[in-house]
Design a protein around this ligand. Sequence first.
Ligand code: X8Z
Ligand code: ZN
Length: 599
Amino acid sequence: MLLRIPLALLLLLMAGCGARRPGVDEARDFINRAEARMMALSEESGRASWVQSTYIIEDTEILAAQAAERQIAATVEFAKQAARFDGVELPPDLARRMKLLKTSLTLATPADPKLSQELTRLVASMEGTYGKGKYCPAGVSDPAKCLDLQEITRIMANAREPGRLLEVWTGWHAIAPPMRNDYRRFVELSNQGAKALGFADTGAMWRSKYDMPPADFAREVERLWEQVKPLYVSLHAYVRNRLAQKYGANTVKAGEPIPAHLLGNMWAQSWENIYELVAPPSADPGYDLTRILRARKIDHLEMVRYGERFFTSLGFPPLPDTFWKRSLFLKPQDREVVCHASAWDVDNVNDLRLKMCIDITGEDFATIHHELGHNIYQRAYNQQPFLFRDSANDGFHEAIGDTIALSITPEYLVKLGFLQKAPDPSKDLGLLMSRALEKVAFLPFGIMIDQWRWKVFSGEIPPEKYNQSWWDLRLKYQGMAPPAPRSESDFDPGAKYHVPANVPYTRYFLAHILQFQFHRALARAAGCQGPLHRCSIYDNKEAGRRLSAMLEMGQSRPWPEALQALTGEKQMDATAILDYFAPLKQWLDEQNKGKPVGW
Ligand code: X8Z
Ligand code: ZN
């Protein structure tokens, strides 16, 4: 006799046996539900994180850590569940969302709730420690007399007395040793989380976000560095020589690394503040933006308005009212905040914010453009599915505002009424030098931080070599030496925001290559035929359209396609930055003739 089994029961039995394969509709339904949930958790975590960053106390740290934990745990869980669609043929957009789900995290928490809690609290607490960090000179008992990073930044930029520079350099680096153990534990736990997601370690997880195998990405970064290294080495040799003239050949030695406290910046990552020490004779950039802003009594809000007006001149809509109501533009006097500048999109739609302790300087004017670039990007892709609401790769996100800031040319400043007349092109060497101090000097720093972290995460750098290996890499890439003896009781990586805050850094290296590619393409689209450092895309709607078309894509396509949409090129390529600085490179090499180059 034939056994009659009802159809529903039959299906149930088959599913139970694992015989039924999920289909496309089920995958779509899964990813839609996952996105809705992740978006809600991202907003919740964004709000908690905003309050944590703008009011550092224990409670806000814990609340933010708890919200981050919920968000990460849900993402990890969805990423694991997504495995059941492995091998199912999906339409390209679904397949891409599925893939991004697995690579979207920069921090993965272990499954054990206790460890997951420990990890998210560690990160919140390290970022808080950095945010609250101060240098209290010996003998100072009044905490109000201690220096915060904003004050120390001003000293590093303007002081020229090596003893004073060394004092604040050392003072700031003393905030970090208390984080050393936390960092070690953080590495351990975050690696556990990454492994559970199928990555070798957290560094491998970071390298898996670039639409190519992680090992290829590492090679790609190295290739770009090899392209720009000769330009950096020329600049380094020239600057070393001029610094030796200023500080004496005993302090800055020929053929040796430069002591890291003399470059006008705490991390020697950008050197534009020592322009006057290294200026080419008979050239000047024609203006000093800091001086102009102050002479014209432009305040922090007006600086942001200038940034906004650049974007509206390209055809982007103005920032929402809530941006002006909810942002933090000034360092509050009554509480601790994380001053390191950042751009937020709290609801992943239109709740855009800037958090920055603005100083009236040319440097901060550029940083405002950098941050607004993030906000404009965030809003441009807000029509995409949640998993596509990000930049083509993270270097793109960091490059947009900088691309705009490359258009802050003398001609643009004339349009703003900041300058009466653009300086003569015969002075361009000064203009290029000032830009090179900002951009070329940054390149080795941009690459070295994650060279350190990738090795820390992989275990190649063990905790007992954290500090030594940091300085080995600073020597190798930047040609910098510590200005004072260091040991393993120091934790100098912790004195740079992105390490305690766990923000990947290779993105900034990429951005420094990409922004020149973007600038070259947009300048040409705007019809500028002259030298690139004299091209500004201000008020050019065609450039705006080209830019917007790429931004709106978000992360919906592999980044080479986004790059192509804007530039016609499919590779990241340093020829744009090399072309931009070609006249300077030639001049530097003439200056360096007969003198030691390299370290
Ligand atoms: O961190 C930043 C931005 C926020 S995404 C202010 N930057 C890097 C840094 O300050 O170290 C911009 C340039 C490099
Ligand atoms: Zn940024």
